[in-house]
Design a binder for this molecule. Structure first.
Ligand SMILES: [Zn+2]
Length: 247
């Protein structure tokens, strides 16, 4: 992948007028040539050359400006929306969708020297995402249960990886699966359980306008999947952590 990127970047340097091609098109072509998926909830950070994220910010701001014009908003005279295009571009690329364009935060894992094998849960971890269908917020909480394997990571690291995974356009079911894959990659637990409860602004703000509805889903892997008592223990621990929230 790196060689594909560097060869594309090298050939890009040889192109006489690279600025005539929109940066998003150059990146898309590179991804397609490498056969890399770039769905809304994929991360493409390793396929961006130096400086391209800044160029994308400029391109996206231009497109948002056009969107505002198409919505017949007088951005030339409205002091409130004057710099909205730039703000929205920054927000998408570096905040709410940073999990697509930025590398995973550095997370070190350590050998499980004491051979810990009791389960523990971490939560609630706040998760913020946006639905792939309307790009409106999904806000919720996540609980992670671990039965340690050969390696362990610090508790705060679960928040960091969850934030990185959720900061993309998603559907909740896939977000939970992707988070599970990343945690397995980081610390190879013997068992992993994740529960997410979230409110979808798709349903609260528009559409059926149901303010209280939330979606709950979970994934259980390894020992949590094979051992029903372990799975039950995870959900019991989550319940206890939830009751702490209301007291
Ligand atoms: Zn939606």
């Amino acid at each position: 992948m790196t060689s594909t990127l560097s060869s594309s970047v090298a050939s890009l340097g040889a192109t006489p007028e690279p600025s005539l091609t929109p940066v998003s098109l150059r990146v898309r072509q590179r991804l397609q040539e490498a056969g890399v998926s770039f769905l809304a909830n994929d991360n493409i950070a390793e396929h961006l050359a130096e400086g391209e994220l800044e160029q994308l910010e400029i391109e996206v701001a231009g497109k948002v400006r056009e969107l505002l014009r198409s919505l017949v908003i007088d951005i030339d005279n409205d002091h409130n929306t004057e710099e909205t295009a730039e703000r929205v571009a920054r927000m998408y690329l570096h905040e709410v969708f940073k999990g697509r364009y930025h590398h995973q935060p550095k997370i070190a894992s350590f050998p499980n020297v004491k051979k810990l094998d009791e389960i523990y849960t971490v939560g609630p971890i706040s998760v913020r995402s946006a639905c792939s269908h309307h790009l409106v917020p999904i806000l919720g909480n996540c609980w992670i249960g671990i039965k340690p394997g050969e390696r362990v990571i610090g508790l705060s690291k679960f928040s960091r990886v969850a934030d990185w995974v959720f900061s993309r356009p998603h559907i909740q079911e896939e977000a939970v699966m992707i988070l599970a894959d990343e945690i397995e990659r980081l610390c190879e637990p013997q068992g992993l359980a994740i529960l997410v409860k979230a409110q979808h602004y798709c349903m609260k703000w528009r559409g059926v306008k149901e303010p209280q509805t939330s979606m709950v889903n979970s994934v259980v892997r390894g020992d949590f999947r094979h051992d029903p008592s372990l799975k039950a223990e995870f959900f019991e621990l989550v319940k206890q952590q939830e009751s702490l929230l209301t007291t």
